[in-house]
Write a protein that binds this ligand. Sequence first.
Ligand code: PLP
Length: 440
Amino acid sequence: MNPAATSTDPLWMPFTANRDFKKEPRIIAGASGHHYTTTDGTRLYDMFSGLWTSGIGHCHPKIVEAVQKQVAELDFCMTFQIGNDKAFALAEQVTSMAPDGFKQCFFTNSGSEAVDTALKIALGYHRARHEGSRTRLIGRERSYHGVNFGGMSVGGIVPNRKAFSANLIPGVDHIRHTMGSEHVAFTRGQPEHGANLADDLERLVALHDGSNIAAVIVEPVAGSTGILPPPIGYLQRLREICDKHGILLIFDEVITAFGRIGEPFGAQRFGVTPDIITTAKGLTNGVIPMGAVLVRDHVYEAFMQGPEHIIELFHGYTYSGHPVAAAAGLATIDVYETEGIFEQARSLEQTFEDIIHSFADHNHVIDTRNVGLMGAIEMAPREGQPGARGLEAHKACFWDEQLVIRNGMDTLQFAPFLNSDVDEMQQSFASVRRVLDSID
Ligand SMILES: Cc1ncc(COP(=O)(O)O)c(C=O)c1O
């Protein structure tokens, strides 16, 4: 029996205001379906599907069983120069769900690792094709690509970058984010205006010359910075500009893949095919950490040259394609298919959109946004205290309404389960309204 914690002090928590949290800790000890249970036995509804991870709910029996079986059968084996059966099976499943032309995938342990892997693949691709001058990487403002040095550098979140600014990787630029001057608050779904914001890439091509640019990375829908749906035609325009200048297009689909916007990948939802896709989270329903990088044939083929006994990509993690994670991934995909999860997600979109936009009239609210089952209610910041109102709303949801939501500063974010029940959804947002009514 493991000892219970007697103090919260030894744990330095990620992306958390540690001192504030530890005054009044919010600690989960169990989960089942759409609910969490705290250490004192309180049940909470999870309105964030874990951390965008657990779209089919917690502790799904099929995934639990697959993981238990796998850990007893093959817990781990060497991943370099030897493979395990589950990793190959999962690669086959994942690539079969991907847009046409993605026949290979490389496993990582997280979204951050997937992003850094994708950036390295992009650089290696150009070098293999004797275009080694293409080293410049382009990200976008208000984007999140994880916390490793590559992802942090192409990312566009100021607090994440500020402390490390002198050591961000060199040769990175950013295009403007998609909430430009064209943005109209309270837009439902994809904004009609703003496709021209993609032309900002042409500005960087003009500055550096396209022959020096390796890749552009964007989230099809920026998630962590408050749900920014792409303007209609924006991703298509980015694709055109990349094609024109020989630049690889990377979609960071750590959030948007696996049904969050009603399709296996956002690329399919938006009808735009990138060259590389990164993913994680919904790959295993969050049960075991795992990420993946999917590449189109031409990217893979560029590496598969030269003597066959030589490693083509000098990159990998001890746990790339870990058998237990892969077993969780296989069971997750099985549930996606057998329970029609993506179809369920799609059928919930309109209800979700209506609920999110019903907050437009609230006096704290300055914008509401949605796409798929990703939604945001942005509140005005309190004078001189940005983020305070959002954190208070998050805590009031937890303590007073037994509801888990996420706040990014003063923007409340919602990621309902892909198989949500409409009543649960309505009750959760009735809770959110009571909270907004109760806070200053
Ligand atoms: C778009 C995107 N990329 C990368 C990451 C980083 O993933 P991880 O936290 O698994 O490293 C995230 C995490 O939310 C994300 O949303």
